[in-house]
Write a protein that binds this ligand. Structure first.
Ligand SMILES: C[S@@+](CC[C@H](N)C(=O)[O-])C[C@H]1O[C@@H](n2cnc3c(N)ncnc32)[C@H](O)[C@@H]1O
Length: 354
């Protein structure tokens, strides 16, 4: 099946956890008096950026997207904000936050009061067949968010060794037993190279079959390819420490993830900084998740998790939650006799990322 949806008629992306993100930026405004500079590392269709610009009249936003099409969209649809200098759009990968620092410096500023990263792909990327992300709409096996990079899904599927294919499906896709699919790929590609998304999806359907109603058997395999091609977990891990350094005292860094691996990276990074109790703190211990109403309205939001980190004001610090943390690097050490366990939030929320 071929889709004739084009980028032009598929502008729709419903921003996820929008009111929750707005609320976090409003908290910054309450604390700092305003949100002067904001950063959106994943502009997409600009849904979050637009709301933030509306909410904060003195805000100037710098926004990145590695996808040329997203930047073009912003340049036309946000022309007024671009022209008056409230929005600066930069095509780039958010792992290169040095570019954001340079853009701030051009404005005579050094820090962002609010930073947002809404990870993953946008609806137009998923829905437009020619981008090659979709197993429903037939397109070339591509899946690159940034078409300047070389690695495509076709390259991986046609050229990578069997064990490397298995590894990415297990690591990124969390497919428990990808071996039959991988073997079939390797056998089939001897005869005909894989060129289209439906060729690959068809093979997975044939080998694995439908086990869960409404859940295409290719879902996790496609996600794994996409994550490998766009280095999705690596760039998040690179970005987080750089982003914190760009945050103003009292500023907040908000990250929305859609995948347990990414969420774990963000959660652990924030918790480690939180435990140091010198730079800042996680705003809520548990991830903020969409309401039932939002999931009903926008099913793509169902796996979203928002985590927020607030940088301390100068001179601010807090007593470590576990006052003996420096003595016990591992949790199995017994607390001292006078230690009040109730005071210490040792219980994690591990179930969130299982
Ligand atoms: C989930 S969408 C963001 C949607 C956006 N918040 C909105 O409301 O329209 C993710 C966007 O981030 C971009 N993106 C993903 N990873 C990126 C990265 N490492 N660097 C820059 N852009 C990235 C994608 O190209 C996509 O346009």
């Amino acid at each position: 099946m071929s889709s004739n949806k084009s980028a032009a008629n598929s502008k729709g992306h419903v921003p996820v956890l929008l009111s929750e993100v707005r609320e976090q930026a409003k908290e910054v405004a309450l604390e700092l008096g305003q949100v002067a500079y904001g950063f959106d590392g994943t502009f997409g269709r600009g849904g979050h950026t637009k709301a933030l610009l509306n909410d904060h009249p003195s805000l100037r936003m710098i926004a990145f997207d590695q996808d040329a099409e997203a930047i073009q969209f912003g340049q036309t649809q946000f022309l007024g904000d671009v022209d008056c200098g409230r929005l600066q759009l930069i095509r780039g990968n958010f792992e290169n936050l040095e570019m954001a620092r340079a853009a701030l410096a051009q404005n005579g500023a050094t820090n962002f009061d609010f930073m947002l990263f809404d990870l993953g792909v946008s609806s137009p990327q998923l829905d437009v067949a020619s981008r090659g992300f979709s197993f429903y709409n037939d397109g070339p096996l591509d899946m690159r968010m940034d078409d300047r990079t070389e690695l495509t899904a076709a390259k991986i599927v046609n050229e990578w060794a069997e064990q490397d294919l298995a590894r990415i499906f297990i690591e990124h896709g969390e497919v428990e037993f990808p071996f039959k699919v991988v073997r079939a790929i390797v056998q089939d590609r001897e005869k005909t190279q894989f060129e289209t998304t439906q060729q690959l999806a068809g093979l997975i359907e044939r080998v694995d079959g439908w086990t869960k109603k409404g859940f295409h058997p290719a879902t996790q395999y496609f996600m794994a390819l996409r994550m490998e091609i766009n280095r999705e977990t690596d760039v998040v891990a690179q970005m987080l420490p750089k982003a914190l350094k760009l945050l103003s005292p009292g500023g907040r860094l908000a990250v929305i993830t859609f995948h347990s691996l990414e969420d774990r990276i963000v959660k652990n990074f924030f918790r480690e900084r939180d435990a140091e109790a010198t730079f800042g703190e996680t705003v809520k211990r548990k991830a903020i998740q969409p309401s039932d109403e939002e999931v009903a309205r926008n099913p793509r939001s169902r796996s979203a998790k928002l985590r927020v980190f607030r940088r301390y004001q100068d001179g601010e610090s807090k007593r470590p939650k576990n006052k003996y943390a420096h003595l016990a690097k591992t949790r199995h050490l017994s607390p001292p006799p006078d230690y009040d366990l109730a005071d210490d939030d040792l219980g994690g929320d591990e179930e969130e990322t299982s």
